[in-house]
Ligand binder design. Sequence first.
Ligand SMILES: [Zn+2]
Length: 327
Amino acid sequence: MFAKLVDWLACPKCGADLSLDGPVPGDAEIIDASLTCQGCREIYRVRDGIPRFAGDDSENFENFGYQWNLLGNVQIDRLAGHRLSEGRLLSETGWDADWFKGKVILDCGCGAGRFADVAAGLGATVIAVDISRAVDACRENLSVHGDHVNCLQASIFDLPLKPGIVDAVFSLGVIQHTPDPERAVASMASVLRPGGRLAVNFYEKDFWPWLQPIKYALRLTTPSWEQESLLGFCKALVKAFFPLSYAIRNVRKARLLSHFLPICTVHNPELNKQQQHDWTLLDTFDWYGPHYELRQRHTRLGALLGELNMKNIKARPGVVQASKPAA
Ligand SMILES: [Zn+2]
């Protein structure tokens, strides 16, 4: 973390300011330190360059730490030589590429940092939050951005940020993996400044699960498996089924068959075959690892944003966007 982040932080328990213990090192990154709450006196560690607020809450999400530390790089445009993450970020937020410059943007559920990397590359200062050890992968992958990327390990429900400090918040593919997606949306809206923007992408509650009976049958047990066993299982599934899905990737009618396979196939002409294989393994692990998969209706989340007094609400399957009223 960098010293300027301290001005934005607040105690997730009582909301009071935090102060950095010991000397403030100017422009250098703070690797190992502690932060003390000026209200309740709780002490939070900064370890390996990241303030840690998540505590025991993170235990149910270690699949993400494992997954993103091991497999995440293929999704980072800059490291993998494609622009898929940029395309998805721009389409699901609805924000122009030019708009990011100079903004303070919160990425909730950053994983290995694929979208934070794009936002920082477009000129934003990003606060990247994840409850799992995925933030360690994010910090390492995005160190090239210096103090334009600040990683925090924290719960989306207890964001350690002052209210009204961020220009925008996005969360892509995350909230269905929390125990309370609506509360996650409300929490994100609370840290927006007046006029700030919010965009959330999520799994829509639709007919898809009915087409994936193998996935959902296996998910009855897989989230409780040891991470190494689950990865071995996913590798075996991908080894068995990826060649078939790759062979039929351009055959339109046969492609339907892919949806019935027990792997999450990713075929995109921007990726080479090895990248498609690696991304398929990553997404297959992402099918079977999460403890929660609570699909949401866009109509309900749109209504929730109305209840939170947000404006300019747009809702479509899998995406809601809104902004906070100007003061
Ligand atoms: Zn406190």
